[in-house]
Design a protein around this ligand. Sequence first.
Ligand SMILES: [Fe+2]
Length: 286
Amino acid sequence: MTISHVTDLELTVAHVRQAMSSAPAAEVVTAIRALVAGELTTGRGFVVIRCSEDLTLNGAKRLVLSLSHVLGAVMPQDYHGEQIREVRDRGADITISRSARYSDTRFGGHLHTDGMHRPGHIPDFFTLFCYRAAVRGGDSVFVHVDDIVDRLRAYDGVIDVLQQEFHFDSRDTSGIGPRTVRRPVLEPVQGGMRINYIREYIQSGHAEPGVPPLTSDQLRALDAVDAVLADTTLHRHARLHRGDLMVIDNRRLVHGRTDFVDSEEPDRRRLLLRTWIDARPTGGRV
Ligand SMILES: [Fe+2]
């Protein structure tokens, strides 16, 4: 199913300018909080806020950070403290290079959740702001954890195995962080399950020296997850247009995108801006 023009909230030019220059207006804050409590965390798991203003890249970054602060604390995305990441094709391939990140590629597939490979708190939400769309493709693809768990019930014992810890490759080449981070794939929480997933990182995490190889039960469980994720009847598609800010529930949706084709001209290539959000009441500041 493709939802090509979903807009849950439309900000006026005045709202955009105010959010960029200081903080969002009170009515914008109220509207965003209502979206968080509704569609984001108890509905489809993502919302789109349209920002009707032609922005410079720096202006767009200020806007994204300002709106992100309404959602919670903005988390660093690498060991150097980067708060806002430019998501663009950097020619990377996560299946070839250990340091490669999905956000640096143009390939689709590899459905995953964000930030599970880093130690500490996993982003509750992440945002994607469309600064420039691709020439073709690049739609977001989502699968809801409830649908995944529902399908996994057909595989005997697999849900139990997925609640045990796996080693996720940290993809850290700085030498600052650990080589792997241990987490379950499925975590029961009140009212359902949360999910942490990217097959390639688990596979390479268990290939690290000193890490036990995946057992046959673990391989069977991961294969079952992949089989469920490959079922396109569970996929929900959304297309972002320039100026759209999408907020995604990173703990309940597995996400990816379709392959995309970029412009020949470097300054017209697909460019998204991403933040990771810690939505705990303490904002990570305990
Ligand atoms: Fe991602």
